[in-house]
Design a protein around this ligand. Structure first.
Ligand SMILES: C[S@@+](CC[C@H](N)C(=O)[O-])C[C@H]1O[C@@H](n2cnc3c(N)ncnc32)[C@H](O)[C@@H]1O
Length: 296
């Protein structure tokens, strides 16, 4: 069975179809049916018709930004892999995105390999998660991953420093999913964004899985980890992706709230006078002034 339909038939996914999808205007759902049957990958991403749109949108966006800013390869990260459904999904999406953008990918998943560690205190939401949750069959998972995907096992604090040494401007970090449930693990994961600026796209789309749990708030969980990251890093800021709901066709989707951006304010591309680019112009059709025509 097509993986999209298989996923939709799961109970939690079915309720999402009813709450988020069927409440969209009728013409959007009719158009979606045509796109599902005849549309290309980009159009399917536009209409949320790809498994895990929360990964498809930011990976495609990162590839488009990479082309705009002159990169050929990006590194995609998943913090928190569990059984690996998300990591395998990133690999599939990345392969499709390469076909339509030309951007190649290195994909890296981080996990203990033995499930959740012990929570440190109330900030790790012990009411929702406990040590040993989310086991992994790492032999089977590793065997199913494509050559451009690595699985790095161990506590993130221990594995991150060696990984960061392998990242450079030839394949900067272009996307990260942070799905490690605890405040402490999210804080460890976000330290991936504290290295030198050339290791990142100037704007990195991030998927924050755990900002929507009902017991999360600015003082606990992933939300606290993000606030502390912003307080501790003068030139790096994580903020919600600007105007995303207004820009999406399917406006009821919950995943939109999870998409953030890491702004690398100390990146060369975001520093005045360090990069060359074509002059931007604005025409005025009311008085017959066109800089576009002059440039042609
Ligand atoms: C909710 S699961 C991830 C689910 C996965 N992203 C998916 O979509 O299928 C959370 C994972 O985070 C991992 N994790 C949590 N804290 C960690 C830490 N400090 N170091 C490494 N892995 C950690 C756990 O082992 C667990 O597998």
């Amino acid at each position: 069975m097509n993986p999209l339909f298989k996923r939709i038939l799961r109970k939690d996914k079915l309720s999402r179809v009813f709450v988020e999808r069927l409440t969209e205007p009728l013409h959007i759902n009719i158009a979606s049916a045509f796109v599902a049957l005849f549309g290309g990958f980009r159009r399917k991403v536009d209409f949320d018709l790809v498994v895990r749109p929360q990964y498809a949108f930011p990976i495609l966006r990162a590839a488009d930004l990479a082309n705009e800013w002159g990169y050929k390869r990006l590194t995609l990260l998943e913090f928190g892999v569990a059984a690996g459904a998300g990591l395998v999904n990133i690999c599939h999406i990345a392969a499709e995105v390469t076909k339509i953008t030309g951007i190649e990918f290195r994909i890296v998943g981080f996990d203990t390999g033995t499930g959740m560690p012990e929570p440190i205190d109330y900030r790790d939401l012990p009411e929702a998660y406990a040590a040993g949750d989310f086991p992994m069959d790492h032999e089977k998972l590793k065997a199913s991953l494509p050559a451009n995907c690595e699985l790095i096992l161990g506590p993130i604090t221990e594995t991150l420093p060696a990984f960061l040494k392998t990242v450079d401007a030839s394949s900067p970090i272009g996307f990260a999913s942070v799905d490690v449930d605890y405040y402490s693990s999210a804080k460890d994961s976000l330290s991936v964004f504290r290295d030198t600026p050339e290791k990142y796209l100037p704007l990195v789309p991030i998927y924050l899985d755990d900002v929507g749990d009902i017991t999360v708030n600015p003082w606990v969980g992933e939300w606290l980890a993000v606030n502390e990251f912003n307080d501790e890093n003068k030139m790096r800021k994580i903020a919600p992706w600007n105007m995303l709901r207004a820009r999406r066709i399917c406006k009821n989707a919950k995943w939109i709230e999870h998409i953030h951006g890491l702004h690398v304010h100390d990146h060369a591309i975001r520093t005045p006078g360090t990069t060359e680019r074509a002059r931007r112009t604005a025409d005025n059709e009311f008085i017959g002034v066109s800089f576009t025509d002059q440039a042609a």
